[in-house]
Write a protein that binds this ligand. Structure first.
Ligand code: NAD
Ligand code: USQ
Length: 433
């Protein structure tokens, strides 16, 4: 199959970088695009990737040396309509993989400014892409990263995008009813509506990947050299739940389950994310088609995940505690959840299921970079869904990190107490249920 010209938007991010390498390895001509705004948001939040990440030019040079394949690089803000038009006109892509959004639910719930920033960044960026596609690449295939969180947690099975409804004796196949749980998740739903609309009126083709929570940080390509590393977030703003639990376990802190922990979500390994994107790319939507794939491989409750991490550690004789914190989010903590996820399997996805080996390998990665762990980032989140994030929201700071000791197999001691321990609000950690 001829390699396609693919724009990867958001290529400096956790998933965008890993996907760029994966598609390049599979013979596609990748144009990596990013405004680098996420690095700026990290500076503002006082957060950083646990695994050090190089600049885009450095990573692309390293990839060329390792693989012999080149990737083009453009620093560009998707909110700049003229620049987006020039980009699409110049490259005439066969496909666009769109990761380039503000993707943290807590960030979007800090205050009005952060909610508005999230929705303007995400909606305007996507609209600019849609108009540029209409004008310069109407046959191109848009692969858009949406989220399973668009559905919420309804008390019925979740379908892949559409549901057959019978109402007053008449039938229709309609978009599945959506109940997102944050201003971020709402931005994804608004994008979905805009994309579906332009497929209908302009005949564009799009795949909306409703992706679950991703874990892990190694793919076949990323693991080829430390200079190819992708970001790995673990703090309460950007870190996703399993990645956070692995870091907490590695440094001997309690796993922070919010509330009862019965909240259930779809999850997938980052290796499956990149494979799903390739499968969508190789099997494009038809002209005028808007389709939805639910992109996850297994569903777990948060409590079950914490127990898996605890059990994986206990096989090495290491004890890990689970703390149930007051839930900063407004979400159901016990609910029915059964989401379909058949379409990517039908295209040939071979899932990597979560097991002890994966948990251990993530923890080993954490151990390599333990000196960069800021223990405060592992504790209580500083954004509350009802009150926003005033108290914990920190101004840009030059952080001096307090190293924590790693709890690795064979070393059963928990991390040493840092001088800040006594000052930390331990009362926020309530007893394991
Ligand atoms: P990330 O924050 O690591 O990467 C996003 C990248 O997009 C960043 O490098 C950022 O600089 C860039 N970006 C943001 N706004 C931009 C703009 N206006 N112009 C140009 N670049 C811009 O996020 P991620 O974890 O890699 O997630 C990528 C996508 O996948 C997001 O859209 C997210 O909603 C979706 N997603 C992620 C997960 C997950 O678990 N990480 C799960 C489901 C869906
Ligand atoms: N949670 C805990 N403890 C923690 C962190 C999270 O119990 O320390 C809980 C949350 O309350 C939530 C669940 O774990 O119920 C998932 O939280 P998360 O932070 O891992 O994921 P979420 O905020 O939903 O967002 C992440 C990505 C987002 C993506 C989404 C997929 O940041 O970009 O869209 O996962 S999904 O959840 O399917 O919508």
């Amino acid at each position: 199959m001829r390699g396609k010209t693919v724009l990867v938007l958001g290529a400096d991010g956790y998933l965008g970088w890993a996907t760029s390498l994966h598609l390049s390895k599979h013979g596609h001509e990748v144009v990596a695009v990013d405004s680098l705004v996420r690095r700026e948001w990290d500076r503002q939040c006082g957060t950083q990737s646990l695994v050090p990440i190089r600049s885009m030019p450095q990573r692309i040079k390293r990839w060329q040396a390792v693989s012999g394949r080149s990737i083009s690089w453009r620093k560009l803000d998707l909110r700049d309509a003229a620049a987006v038009h020039r980009l699409i006109e110049e490259f005439q892509p066969d496909a666009l993989v769109h990761f380039a959004e503000q993707r943290s639910a807590p960030f979007s719930m800090v205050d009005l400014q952060h909610a508005a920033l999230t929705q303007v960044n995400n909606l305007v960026g996507t609209l600019n892409l849609l108009f540029a596609m209409r004008d310069h690449a109407p046959k191109a295939h848009l692969i858009k990263l949406g989220t399973m969180g668009e559905y919420g947690t309804p008390n019925i099975d979740i379908e892949e995008g559409f549901i057959n409804i019978t109402h007053n004796g008449r039938q229709a196949r309609l978009p599945y009813p959506m109940q997102p749980g944050s201003f971020y998740h709402l931005s994804k739903l608004h994008d979905s509506h805009n994309i579906q609309f332009v497929c209908r009126i302009w005949g564009l083709r799009a795949t909306d990947l409703h992706q679950g929570v991703v874990y892990g940080c190694q793919t076949d390509e990323v693991s080829q050299h430390p200079g190819l590393a992708t970001r790995f977030d673990y703090d309460a703003i950007w870190g996703t739940v399993l990645n956070r639990f692995c870091v907490q376990a590695a440094v001997g802190q309690p796993l922070t389950v919010y509330g009862k922990g019965g909240q259930t979500r779809g999850f997938l390994d980052i290796r499956d994310t990149v494979a799903c994107i390739r499968l969508a790319l190789d099997n494009p939507a038809a002209e005028g088609e808007y389709r939805v794939f639910n992109q996850f491989t297994e569903q777990f409750s948060v409590k079950a995940l914490a127990e898996l991490v605890r059990d994986a550690r206990s096989t090495h004789g290491l004890s890990t505690s689970i703390a149930h914190l007051p839930n900063p989010r407004v979400e159901s903590e016990e609910h029915y959840y059964n989401a379909k996820h058949q379409k990517l399997l039908d295209l040939g996805l071979q899932p990597h299921f979560l097991g002890d080996t994966l948990i251990e390998s993530v923890i080993q990665t954490v151990e390599k970079h333990a000196a960069r762990v800021d223990p405060v980032e592992l504790e209580q989140p500083n954004v509350d869904w009802r009150k926003g994030g005033s108290a914990g929201w920190r101004k840009p700071v030059e952080k001096t990190l307090t190293p924590v000791s790693v709890v690795s197999p064979g070393a059963k001691k928990s991390r040493r107490k840092s001088p800040e321990d006594s000052a930390r609000p331990q009362a926020r950690l309530v007893q394991s249920r």
